[in-house]
Design a protein around this ligand. Structure first.
Ligand code: URA
Length: 434
C-alpha cells in the first residue's frame, strides 16, 4: 500500500494492518518516506488514535528498526527507568549512578527535550565533552566498566524513534498515548533490559494532564512490556509544578550533583529514592522496597553514588571535574528575578508554561535544527504551598540572549497563581501499577 493510502485510512479513522505499519516505519527510517508524509500520518494518529494491536505493531516495528542489544553476558539483571516527560525532571542523572553503585547494570537510552519538557541527553551534553552517541561496542564496554551508560537513540539502536521523536517535537504530535507508548517502549526494549521502571507524569506540566489519561498510558506500556516478556512497574507521579528547583540543562546537572551530594531538594530526592528502590528490587539487589529506600540513603550518604557519577562522566568522555567545579559547565551571563505581584501562598504553577518559557530562553528546540543554550534556564524559588510576600523573587530567569526576556518574564509571572489561604503541598506519588 502507498504511504498516501495509509495516511488516508488513518485520517478516516480506520485501522492500519500490521504489515503496513511495519512498511511505513521501515520506509521512514530508510528515508524512502519523506518527513511531510510521516508528519501527516502522525497527525492522523494523534487525532484518530491507534488500537492496542496497532500500538503493539508500531512498537515492534520501531524496536526492530535497529538492533536489540544482547547484554545477557554482562549480568543476569539489567534495569532501566524512563519518564514520560516533565519539567525539571533530572531523575535519570541520579538514579542511574545510585543503582549502578549498588551493582545493578543500568543500560539507559534517553531522549532529548521534547515540546516543553526537558531531555536527559541535552542535560548530559551540557557537561563539556560528554558523549551520548556511543556505538554499540562502546555502550557495552562502558556498561562493563562502570555498570551504567546513558546514550541516545542511534543509527543502530531504535533509529525509527530517533527520527520520529524529533519530527513529533516540531509537529505538535507529542502528547499522544500510542505514540508515546511506542516511542518509550521501543527504545527501552532495544536496550536488552530485564526490568523497567516507568515514571508516568501527570499534571499541568505533563503530556497527560488527567490522572485517567496517565493511568491509560501506564497500562498501555505495562501491557506492551508483558507481551514482550519484560518485567515492568509504573509509578504515577505529580507534575503540577517543576520537579526540584532547577529548569534548564546546566542548572539541572548542578541540581542532580547536589542531590548526589545529599543536598538536593526534598521532592527530587523523594522521587529518586522511590524510583531507585523499584529499580533495585527489579534488579534483585534488595528484598523489598523498604530495603531499597535504605540502600538509596546509604549510597547517597556514603558518596558512593556521587563517585559512580564521576566515573560515568569520565567514561563517556565528559569532564569529571564538573562534579566539584560547577563553573566548568556552560553558564548564563545574566539573570532576572520574577517578582510576586501580591502576598499570600503559591496556589498553583502552570508548569507547561514554565517549560515553554525555558524553551524560549534556548534550553529547548523551537525547530529541528535549533541550537541549545545549555546555560539558560529558570530557578524555581517558590513552590506550591510556600508563603510569599509581594516583591519576593518567585523565580529567577538565567539567560544569555536578551531578545525574548520580556516575553519570558510575562509567561513566568502569569504561570504563578498566588492565593490568600494556606494550601497543601501536592502529593508527589499518586499510584503504583504493575
Ligand atoms: N519520552 C519518550 O521517550 N517518548 C515520548 O514520546 C515521550 C517521552
Amino acid at each position: 500500500m502507498r504511504a498516501v493510502d495509509i495516511i488516508a485510512k488513518k485520517r478516516d479513522g480506520e485501522s492500519i494492518a500490521r504489515e503496513d505499519i511495519t512498511a511505513v516505519v521501515s520506509g521512514y527510517t530508510s528515508g524512502d518516506i519523506p518527513d511531510y508524509q510521516m508528519a501527516a500520518l502522525l497527525m492522523a494518529v494523534y487525532l484518530r488514535g491507534l488500537d492496542p494491536a496497532e500500538t503493539l505493531a508500531l512498537t515492534e516495528a520501531m524496536l526492530h528498526s535497529g538492533i536489540v542489544v544482547d547484554l545477557s553476558d554482562l549480568a543476569d539483571s539489567r534495569v532501566d527507568k524512563h519518564s514520560t516527560g516533565g519539567v525539571g525532571d533530572k531523575t535519570s542523572l541520579i538514579v542511574a549512578p545510585v543503582v549502578a553503585a549498588a551493582g545493578v547494570v543500568v543500560p539507559m537510552i534517553s531522549g532529548r527535550a521534547l515540546a516543553h519538557s526537558g531531555g536527559t541527553l541535552d542535560k548530559l551534553e551540557s557537561i563539556p565533552g560528554f558523549r551520548t552517541n556511543l556505538s554499540i561496542e562502546e555502550f557495552r564496554k562502558a556498561l562493563q566498566e562502570t555498570g551504567a551508560a546513558l546514550i541516545g537513540q542511534t543509527e543502530q539502536i531504535a533509529p525509527a524513534d530517533k527520527k520520529l521523536y524529533a519530527l513529533r517535537d516540531v509537529t505538535a504530535t507529542v502528547a499522544c498515548r500510542p505514540l508515546m507508548a511506542a516511542s518509550i517502549m521501543s527504545k527501552k526494549m532495544a536496550e536488552g533490559i530485564t526490568g523497567l521502571v516507568l515514571d508516568v507524569k501527570v499534571g499541568n506540566g505533563a503530556f497527560m494532564k488527567k490522572e485517567s489519561e496517565a493511568l491509560g498510558l501506564a497500562e498501555v506500556m505495562l501491557d506492551i512490556a508483558r507481551r514482550m516478556n519484560s518485567q515492568a512497574v509504573a509509578l504515577l507521579t505529580d507534575m503540577n509544578q517543576p520537579l526540584g528547583r532547577a529548569v534548564g540543562n546546566s542548572l539541572e546537572v548542578i541540581e542532580a550533583l547536589e542531590t548526589l551530594k545529599n543536598r538536593g531538594p526534598h521532592d527530587l530526592n523523594q522521587l529518586c529514592r522511590e524510583l531507585s528502590a523499584e529499580m533495585l528490587l527489579l534488579g534483585g539487589a534488595v528484598n523489598d522496597l523498604e530495603d531499597g529506600r535504605r540502600r538509596y540513603d546509604d549510597l547517597i550518604k556514603s558518596g558512593a553514588a556521587l563517585e559512580k557519577m564521576r566515573t560515568i562522566i569520565e567514561r563517556q568522555s565528559g569532564d569529571p571535574r564538573v562534579v566539584d567545579h560547577y563553573d566548568l559547565l556552560p553558564g548564563a551571563g545574566k539573570s532576572k528575578d520574577v517578582l510576586a505581584y501580591s502576598s499570600g501562598f503559591v496556589g498553583a504553577i502552570d508548569t507547561e508554561a514554565i517549560g515553554h518559557a525555558s524553551m524560549l530562553l534556548g534550553a529547548g528546540r523551537l525547530r529541528l535544527d535549533s541550537k541549545i543554550d545549555y546555560g539558560a534556564g529558570i530557578s524555581i524559588n517558590a513552590k506550591i504551598g510556600d508563603s510569599v510576600n509581594r516583591g519576593d523573587a518567585l523565580s529567577t530567569i538565567h539567560f544569555n540572549v536578551e531578545d525574548r526576556i520580556s516575553d519570558v518574564e510575562a509567561i513566568v509571572t502569569k504561570a504563578y497563581t498566588i492565593v490568600s489561604d494556606r494550601i497543601q503541598k501536592p502529593n508527589l506519588l499518586k499510584a503504583r501499577l504493575g
